[in-house]
Design a binder for this molecule. Structure first.
Ligand SMILES: Nc1nc2c(ncn2[C@@H]2O[C@H](COP(=O)(O)OP(=O)(O)OP(=O)(O)O)[C@@H](O)[C@H]2O)c(=O)[nH]1
Ligand SMILES: [Mg+2]
Length: 434
């Protein structure tokens, strides 16, 4: 992937009573978003003001300052932390003599760059077109002057030059294609969930979800997964991996797209399918960067989970990056279990694996079975269910065996044995209660 480095000046409005820490987190996030899109932030121009200026977003004097910064750094782009109206973009581009983007366009651009699956690409294109549609009047034709680089990926210039009707038709067509892709995906998901439970890794962007998934699969799974690049939004489409539990069961571990504060509504809609995976999960592992502003991020995650109707799922909160954290955050009150560690160093991960096994009822229990040897079909079923650890002859034609199975499946095994024959005796021991 070729990433162009674009020089950027940021324009930020500070509401008068915004705490210093919240402001800093906002600028850090915007800077991270720029980096994720392959841009470098040269200067940040902030202005404290109550209201947004109808014509220029910020005050006229501040815009002059931004213009000076653009000249000083030879910047190619000015990005405003907010949503700009089409008129504001027009006025600002005239005043600054430079391309202007808002936060939504920046995020759309990153999504366009990262989308890997067909579904992801369709979603991004729909969101981009929806964003463009109301902005195409008047200055629409001038869109063609936007050269390569950030803010121009996705629907190509030729598409931008078409009229609104053709864009609407295109959106309809994309929606149809997306519906097809989703149907197929639901079938696949239903097939998968019959057999194995699933866990969704969710959390704020850059928390370390993909790094954790990579470690988990290296320790307990098969297959590979990309990670380790310092980019926000590195994961746009859910990635699912099969992982073994410490018992003899397995489950599906899913990566998801990271949340951001104030994700533009257009994007929440467009990326619902990646979050739909969360709805199919038996357990949510909430990954939180322990070095960041923990409280606001917990809030963001639970708000988004609420929006998609996933708040009833059991949650395990994993405070990540403890290798770099200066203190240990308090346990998450929403979570069934809170654990601390580092996906990068591996500290604490085995406690995490064990806790997930327990919450999924995949921790091993021992099923003791005694019955007639001649019931071969039943003994074969027992052998298939798990690892047989002890076999012993009880008397003539009778045997006893111990089989280790995930707790989740123990009940079903017992029921099947009892239903098949009443000369079998079955008891379950071991397992850790939740
Ligand atoms: N110090 C430290 N850094 C970590 C740890 N885990 C992940 N990182 C780093 O944090 C950055 C983000 O990690 P990712 O795994 O890509 O984060 P993510 O949650 O998947 O991010 P999105 O896909 O954007 O939502 C990378 O640079 C990782 O190397 C950790 O335990 N400690
Ligand atoms: Mg990721």
């Amino acid at each position: 992937m070729t990433v162009q480095t674009t020089r950027v000046v940021l324009g930020v409005r500070r509401p008068p009573r915004e705490p210093e820490r919240a402001y800093e987190a906002r600028v850090a996030e915007l800077t991270g978003l720029c980096e994720a899109a392959g841009a470098t932030v040269c200067a940040v121009c902030a202005q404290t003001r109550e209201r947004i200026d109808a014509a220029l977003y910020l005050g006229s004097g501040k815009i002059d300052e931004i213009r000076a910064q653009v000249a000083a750094w030879d910047a190619e782009l000015v990005i405003f932390d907010g949503e700009l109206s089409p008129a504001q973009v027009r006025n600002l581009e005239n005043r600054l003599d430079c391309r202007v983007l808002d936060r939504t366009q920046l995020i759309l651009d990153i999504f366009a760059l990262r989308a890997r699956t067909r579904e992801g690409r369709l979603q991004v294109e729909i969101a981009q077109l929806q964003y463009l549609l109301p902005r195409l009047t008047g200055r629409g034709v001038e869109m063609s002057r936007l050269g390569g680089g950030i803010g121009t990926r996705g629907p190509g210039e030729t598409k931008l030059e078409t009229d609104r009707r053709r864009i609407r038709e295109r959106i309809d067509k994309l929606r149809g294609a997306l519906a097809d892709v989703r149907r197929t995906r639901q079938v696949q998901r239903a097939r998968r969930s019959e057999a194995v439970p699933s866990v969704a890794l969710v959390g704020y962007t850059n928390a370390g979800k993909t790094t954790l998934l990579a470690r988990w699969t290296a320790d307990r799974g098969t297959g590979d997964v990309q990670t380790g690049r310092e980019r926000l939004f590195d994961t746009l489409d859910p990635v699912a991996r099969r992982v073994r539990s410490g018992g003899s069961g397995e489950f599906v571990l899913m990566d998801t797209v990271g949340f951001v504060q104030d994700l533009p509504h257009l994007l929440v809609d467009a990326f619902r399918a990646t979050l739909e995976e969360v709805l199919a999960a038996d357990l949510i592992v909430h990954v939180v960067d322990a070095t960041g502003p923990v409280e606001t991020r917990l809030e963001t995650t639970y708000r988004v989970l609420g929006e998609i109707g996933a708040l009833d799922k059991p949650v395990l909160t994993w405070f990540n990056k403890m290798d770099a954290a200066r203190w240990q955050p308090a346990p998450d009150p929403h979570a069934a279990v809170t654990l601390y560690g580092s996906a990068a160093s591996g500290e604490g991960v085995s406690a995490l694996y064990d806790a997930v096994d327990r919450l999924l009822a995949l921790d091993p229990v021992e099923v003791h079975v005694a019955g007639p040897l001649q019931a071969q079909e039943i003994w074969r079923e027992i052998a298939r269910a798990g690892a047989v650890t002890e076999v012993q002859e009880l008397g003539p034609g009778e045997a006893e065996a111990v089989v280790r199975v995930p707790r989740r499946w123990a009940d079903r095994l017992c029921r099947r044995i009892r239903a098949a024959s009443d000369s079998f005796r079955v008891t379950v021991t071991g397992g850790v209660l939740r």
